[in-house]
Design a protein around this ligand. Structure first.
Ligand code: OGA
Ligand code: MN
Length: 309
């Protein structure tokens, strides 16, 4: 049975209905979901009451999972403002400051040489009365396509350094020496080629630090200009959470951010899983054609990686 897909945003973001993702889905259904995902960039499934094991099983159908930043054995991790005992964590704690970087526009794991491909969030602890704490996504593909040709040409071959410390500096968190060593700066093309659709999409976000060969002020000016363009209302979809919403996005196409909320008052926990990226998009300072690499790796099965897992 074909899945039901309804576009909610102007250029992207769709709701998929009629599926219980805890059930084992056929390879055909997974391929259909992946197809809709590549078309719409972000998919929302409502009422998916996953356990951790079920979320892992579903996420793995789309590729190999990234382990949690702080736990090599965890492939689904709670992201929120609760202590392990269920009490609300101090908003001034190190951990809260670290996570608050999620409130800046970003693409997941941009601080890895091979950044995240696909991310999944399940809203497990969401208070129906919480007035804010939404998540927003912006369509970098539509924004890129609307740039004047001269600007697209100007960023075509640029490579930028991305650094986890850059976004953390904004929230007042300094990486300690161990973290600094574990997550050194990395490099990404500013125009990436989407591996599965072949579309060109600009890649900027809160970790972007400096364009290779440029000074920092000139680099920042370009990053700000591109992000201001890409985060105009017409490119954004704003999602208000309901408990058990399951939202899945393609980090190669969109950036996202968490909206602020009263962290001392409302418990908010989303469970997160991530499919890891294929590989570095810059090797020895030169951009890689990611589309060609992906097709070479997966050929006809490029869109149904699901079957491989
Ligand atoms: C993430 C993220 C935003 C949110 O999980 O990668 O940025 O609203 N989350 O929780
Ligand atoms: Mn994120």
């Amino acid at each position: 049975m074909p899945i039901q897909v309804k576009r909610l945003g102007r250029t992207f973001f769709a709701e998929v209905s009629g599926l219980d993702l805890r059930q084992h889905l056929s390879d055909d259904t997974i391929a259909e979901i992946r197809h809709a995902w590549m078309e719409h960039g972000v998919l929302l499934f409502r009422d998916q009451q996953f356990t951790t094991e079920e979320q892992i099983a579903y996420s793995k159908r789309f590729g190999k999972l990234e382990h949690n930043l702080r736990d090599d054995n965890a492939f689904v991790a709670p992201l929120g403002n609760l202590n392990p005992d269920g009490s609300i964590r101090d908003p001034n704690s190190d951990q809260s400051k670290f996570l608050r970087a999620n409130q800046l526009w970003h693409s997941d794991s941009a601080y890895f040489a091979a950044p995240a491909m696909l991310s999944f969030l399940n809203g497990r602890v969401i208070d129906p009365n919480m007035p804010d704490g939404h998540t927003q996504w912006a369509d970098m593909q539509a924004a890129y396509e609307d740039l004047p040709q001269s600007k697209r040409d100007a960023i075509e071959d640029l490579v930028a350094m991305h650094d986890m410390q850059t976004s953390r500096s904004v929230t007042g968190r300094v990486l300690d020496p161990e973290e600094r060593q574990k997550w050194p700066p990395v490099y990404h093309r500013m125009t990436r080629i989407h591996e599965e659709t072949g579309k060109k999409i600009m890649y900027v976000g809160s970790q972007a630090t400096q364009v290779n060969g440029w000074d920092v002020p000139k680099s920042k000016k370009l990053f700000v200009e591109l992000m201001q363009h890409a985060t105009q209302e017409k490119y954004i979809y704003d999602h208000k959470w309901t408990q058990w919403d399951f939202v899945c996005w393609d980090n190669r196409r969109v950036v996202h951010r968490q909206r602020p909320f009263d962290e001392a008052k409302w418990p908010r926990v989303v469970f997160r899983s991530v499919v890891e990226g294929t590989g570095p998009d810059v090797i020895e300072g030169k951009g890689v054609n990611e589309f060609e690499r992906f097709q070479a790796l997966h050929g006809d099965r490029a869109r149904i990686l699901a079957a491989a897992e």
